[in-house]
Design a protein around this ligand. Structure first.
Ligand SMILES: Cc1ncc(COP(=O)(O)O)c(C=O)c1O
Length: 432
């Protein structure tokens, strides 16, 4: 490799160290960052030309692979036509076409679409919609119900409805109080349903927010659709608004286009981001039922939804999201999702043979397992770094959640690549 280029790259990395504050990173003892210069399909390529398999789809965002030519082309065309316009008082075709197309994939009751910038803001908008829905109707309902261990984002509202713990400890006194129920299992479902009854009797609950079927940041905890259905039915029967946070589960991740499709009860509000733009542009979207929208639609201007972001409805994000949905049709993306789903089920059996692993589970394109450890099983577990280093040496980028190792690959991944991931996991298990 060219010495001058190497020098320039090491200069870049020292500039990075001196200037940039990376997310979820203890900068004092973090290993050096990888300088990524290119993305290609399921791979990320560093400055030295090493190709790394992106086993977590770049924080669960990527769908069709990096730098997909169709997405790049549509982004270029949109950028050369209209890059942005204030979305209050104006509108544009990419947003309209995206809403039109996305509506065909969603539960029938989802009728209106509100744009924002990321997953946390999609959740903020959903929570505010739900609170104001009751306010506009003059009904005092101000409590939110959520699952224990939930993660819905890093803004104050989304932190408030998330688990109290490592991520939220410094802000605990500032977060609004919520009600919680445990994630349902075969063993606790009766108690969970009884607790739902109790909360409903004791509190005026405005909304229930949930990550349908997979709790992502909590350790890719997978739970049963039949159990969620029972909880949703109960809450629906007393008109608690159901907010499905599909920021991680949306766009094929759980095997169906949306995890909500596994249940009969339709959510009132849905949150999207990450896979919405196939991981190519930051964008958030909150959809809702007509009844929610109608509670704001009034001659009284005080009933307006006073919420918006500078980049609401950004045409670049919309064009890319639309291009991604086109790819779902032209590349038959859900067929590959089905291949990964089937492969994951077989991989569970192989992982069960390895004594280093436990709690192995899969849903759709998510495969997760715990690395057995004597240490506390928190996000800060030391096995995480060891595991990342081992995989990196095999040209795979992963990011375990503490001692929870998971694979959540882009959908363009091949069977051979999945075999390699599994073999690397088994080899790592053998070192423990
Ligand atoms: C279920 C869920 N909701 C919301 C968020 C927040 O999304 P963002 O990181 O884009 O703010 C995440 C992020 O991981 C998530 O998994």
């Amino acid at each position: 490799m060219n010495l001058l280029l190497l020098f320039m790259d090491s200069n870049l990395l020292s500039l990075d160290k001196s200037l940039i504050w990376h997310p979820y990173t203890q900068e004092k003892n973090a290993p050096g960052n990888v300088l990524i210069t290119k993305g290609e399909g399921a791979y990320l390529i560093d400055n030295a030309g090493n190709r790394y398999f992106d086993a977590t789809s770049s924080w669960w965002t990527n769908i069709h692979g990096h730098a997909h030519p169709h997405i790049a082309q549509k982004l270029f065309e949109q950028a050369s036509t209209l890059e942005h316009v204030i979305f209050a008082g104006n509108t544009h075709e990419p947003a309209i076409r995206l809403a039109e197309k996305l509506k065909t994939y969603l539960p029938n009751n989802q009728q209106k679409f509100f744009f924002s910038d990321n997953g946390s803001t999609a959740v903020e908008a959903a929570l505010k919609m739900a609170f104001q829905y009751w306010f506009n109707r003059d009904e005092k309902r101000t409590k939110v119900l959520a699952f224990e261990g939930a993660y819905h984002g890093d803004t104050f509202g989304s932190m408030s409805v998330s688990a109290r713990g490592l991520f939220t400890n410094p802000f605990k006194p500032l977060l609004f109080d919520i009600l919680t129920i445990p994630v349902p299992t075969e063993n606790n479902i009766r108690e969970v349903l009884a607790l739902v009854d109790q909360w409903v009797q004791e509190h005026a609950i405005a909304s229930f927010i949930y990550e349908p079927l997979v709790q992502g940041a909590n350790g890719m905890i997978i739970y049963d659709a039949a159990h969620l259905e029972l909880i949703l039915q109960k809450l629906k029967s007393v008109n608690v608004l159901l907010i499905a946070d599909e920021v991680m589960t949306g766009f094929g991740r759980t095997g169906k286009m949306f995890a909500c499709e596994y249940m009969n009860t339709e959510p009132d509000i849905m949150c999207f981001s990450k896979g919405l733009t196939a991981g190519a542009m930051p964008m958030g979207l909150t959809s809702c039922a007509q009844s929610i929208y109608d509670a704001f639609y009034d001659d009284n201007k005080e009933k307006t939804f006073f919420h918006g972001h500078s980049f609401t409805g950004n045409p670049l994000g919309c064009a890319v999201a639309l291009a991604s949905l086109e790819l779902f049709d032209t590349e038959k993306t859900l067929d590959n999702v089905a291949m990964i789903t089937t492969w994951n089920k077989k991989a569970v059996a192989s992982l069960q043979q390895n004594k280093a692993f436990e709690n192995i589970a899969t849903l759709g394109t998510v495969l997760r397992f715990d690395i057995k450890t004597n240490e506390s099983t928190s996000y800060l577990n030391a096995v995480k770094l060891r595991c990342m280093e081992f995989f990196k040496a095999q040209n795979i980028l992963i990011r375990p959640l503490g001692n929870v190792l998971y694979f959540l690959p882009p959908y363009c991944t091949t069977e051979a690549e999945l075999d390699y991931l599994l073999q690397t996991a088994l080899d790592f298990g053998d070192t423990l």
